[in-house]
Ligand binder design. Sequence first.
Ligand code: SF4
Length: 361
Amino acid sequence: MRWDNLTHERPRDAALFGADAVTTRTFDTPEFAGMTFHEIRAKSIVNRVPGASRMPFEWTVNPYRGCTHACVYCFARKTHSYLDLDTGLGFDSQIVVKVNAPELLRRKLADRRWQGEHIAMGTNVDCYQRAEGRYRLMPGIISALRDYANPFSILTKGTLILRDLELLKQAAEVTEVGISVSVGFTDQTLWRTVEPGTPAPERRLDVVRTLTEHGIGCGVLMAPVIPFLGDSPAQLRSTVRAIAASGATSVTPLVLHLRPGAREWFMAWLGRHHPHLVRRYERLYAEGAYAPKWYQRRITRHVHELATEFGIGPSSRGAARRIERPAAEPARREGTRSGPAPLPHVPRQALSQEPTQLTLL
Ligand code: SF4
């Protein structure tokens, strides 16, 4: 791993990861077989989103890099190359853990210059991936956000988020908490091959159901919709029906995009599992990372219609499920400021897509 060379390659990463701050571990348990964890003490944890003018939030926290959920299409694969790590299997199994993330965040929130802006999590890799079961960074992170009444959102495929349900409820009593779960399809065969490290789609929808039952409204990012494999009318219908049955407050469809890093890995997978589709994909993604707009619009419209049919939206639910905020703006339990009006949660992946994504709020 090229930690010290980072000074020349990626100055920003070099500032985050000192070469003397890396401890590498493996664990014997079957759950972590074949995985290596690189524990680092990061120098900062709250990151400003580049080009934030297009985003509804400016700040992110990502306690991990790499993701054991191992989705073949993961757009974050490219970021592993910045550390001179492999973007294929390496991304799935070489996990960087920022072990001091909670204390760094707490320090940041206490800084008088911090204005209490919305913080988005799960925007690069999943903060509730398997490693979180061992490292338990999120309880400290949520506790800090709760204590400072700082608005935040989480996007995840991990059922582990339910471990922190009580903390999330406490946070939702003092600030705006937006949770989104990612479920692009419910097809079991597709799930096992293209998202091999993730909890099953129905387990993820159980997360939506449980959060909703506890008063925390939860949306579903229906992503990715995978062309020719997960986009048939029957598949879209069964997926939206299952999302509706889970009590999701919204559904946001997002068609697969294939940026460099993810594209090579996905196309190799496609060649092994669905070789007859390779040419069709080359044509569909001939213009670059995104499927054509006509295709995106077709999927969005179809999902929109299904969402209406199945009653997903605020007219049938949503607002009533939210925990009511206190009448007065919550004061910070530490420090002196109150947080600003929270920003609506739109996952960053959606915003990095062509602007055809639709939130049915
Ligand atoms: S869960 Fe998200 S971050 Fe993790 S591999 Fe899948 S798409 Fe990537």
